[in-house]
Structures are given as structure tokens and as C-alpha cells.
Design a protein around this ligand. Sequence first.
Ligand code: MG
Length: 380
Amino acid sequence: MDITRKQFLKISGEAMAGLGLLSSGVFSLTQLAGCQKNYGGTMLEYKIKQLNLVHTWTIARNSSDFKNNVFVRFTKDGISGIGEAAPNIRYNETPESTVAVVEKAVPLFEKKNPWHFVDLGYAIKNLADEQTAAKCALDIALMDWVTKNLNVPLYKYLGLDKSKTPVTSFSIGIDTPEVMQQKIREAEKYPVLKIKVGKENDEEIINAVRAVTDKILRVDANEGWTNKEEALEKINWMVKMDVEFIEQPMPSEMLEETRWLRDRVDVPIIADEAVKSAADIPKLAKAYDGINIKLMKSGGIQEALRMVWMAKSLGMKVMLGCMIESSCAIAAAAHLSPLVDYADLDGNLLIANDPFSGVAVESGRVILNDKPGLGIEGEF
Ligand code: MG
């Protein structure tokens, strides 16, 4: 059926309203799939949803009590795939800019064959400059749809062994030392902690953390140190405090300074803000020991896989991280996690009203279920 985007959206909306689904917002995927099958439509829907945080979340850059993420649902042939975008202002993304890209994707999803998901994935990539969170939501929904159709869990489709999922770190945002100690007590069941630093009182924070735990500590400065000598001093002190690695110590554009730093410290330096896609990785190999892949930065599952292969071929360590994301996007990353050295997939654990479930953490380890696709349950 050849229809314009406007007509397509209108038809989709009317069909949904006619079925009484738009107002209820609590239908299950099974019911939706059944109704859609009768209608026989292809749809791409989205919704901006506020996710409330358990604690105010503060990193070197900013502070927030909630996040507005964008959820998408792609429905075709009676099957729905779900995806999520966590827009990040660091990358010039807002919920509105995300929705604009999702709307631009409607004709692609209507006209292109989703079984040619590699082609469709590149078409999504070319929809806009940057705006990778939006592209990520679309790619996750696409891959969820494909693997649900095949009736296999995503990890199995990728040929991965779910017994190899790593232990995930649990992140402790910047706060007063007392509150950070309280957060650490609440994180009792997680064996690895990621501590956010990059403000004036880094030493005070790490001292306070070490006073209440001897767990493995990873440190993330979120580009907070802008002087290489000062960064060197801080890292050398933190090595004595027994940290496993340092993530993004200096601003992403300070590549030469980071290389200088890396040559002088005895702990791995991991790139986060400095790396978004596979094309960024070769130049980073001289300044970093590893990269932190996030689906929101890569633009989804397909580019994240290309990044894993690129980093591994350059002998770099691979970490899989996340933004503040519900169990939808976290599950997508978790399915890739048997491939990586380190995982930091705790975004859903920081949310008080996660609309989805499906990815569990037991003794700190990511546990995948055997349901098809992402294996998640819930509704947005
Ligand atoms: Mg980071």
C-alpha cells in the first residue's frame, strides 16, 4: 500500500483510537498484536515518558530528579518490537529532537522490508546528523521485531552464550559524602561500584567511599578534569585507593593530553564521551585502553556490534554502559553483554517507575531470560 507519511500516521491513529487502545494505555503486547493482526497495519508509534529517579542523579556535568525518555513501538504482521531513547543534552539531544527523528523514520518503516534490517539500519543512521538516541530506539525496536518473529532471544540470534554475561557495576552519583555512603549501603547486593567524580572534592568522596566498602571500585570523571598534571595527581592517588579503572578523565577533545596521562599511570583508562561509533575507535587506541559502548551513543544494537569488533581487533578492552534507561534499553544491551569485559548496566536500577521488566541482576551478574526478542514485559 503506497500512502504518504501523514496518511500513514492518521490511519494508524484512527485504527488505535477505534480499538480503544489510545486511551487505556494498559494493553498487553499480546492483545495489541492480536488487534493489529485483524487490522493488518504497519505502525510506528512513540511516547515521551517521564522516568522518576530513586535519588537525585548528579554527575560532573549536571543534576536531575527525572528523565524524559522516548519509547517507540514498531508493529507489522501482528508482531510489535519495542525500543527506547534516552536523549542526552551532552549530545544535543532532547525528547523533542528525538521525536523529530522518529517521525522522519515513519516512511522508512512503512516502505522498507524490515527483514533487510542491515539496510534499514543504515537508512536509519542516515536520517539525521547525530541524534543517536532516536536511532537507537528505532534499531532496538527493529531488532526486537526481527527476533520475536524468529521466536528466539536476541542473544541467541547473535550466537552468544548467556552463561558469559558479566557482573555489572552499580553507579553511585555525586552527592555529599554522607549520602554517598548511604547509597553504598543500599547497593549492598552489587559487588562492583562505579563512583562518579570530577568535582572539587574527589579525594573526600573516595575517602568516604573507601571508609564503608572494600568492593571493586571503578571511577568515572565524566570529562571533569581539565588539567593533565592535576588529573595525573588524582589518578595516582586513586590507584593507591585501589580503583580498577578510570573512565573519561579529561574532556573528549583532549586526546593528546589523555595520551600523555595514560603513559604515566598504572591503571586502564577507558573512553566514554570520546567514543560514539566504530569510526571513532582507531584514533583512540593511542590514548585509551578501552572503550565504553552505549547503545544510546552508537545509535543501536547493529552499530554497537561493529564497535565491539573494531575495539577487539585493536586490542582494546570493551565495556558496555548505559544512560538512565528503563529495562527496555537495558535488556537490549544485556543481550550483547556476553561479548564484553566490563558491564555497567544499572540505568534501570536507578529508576523508581520502570515500565518494563525482564532483565535481572543476581549477585551482580546480568541474567538473561529465554523469551523471544528482548524478553521484556510491560507497556509504555
Ligand atoms: Mg561514563
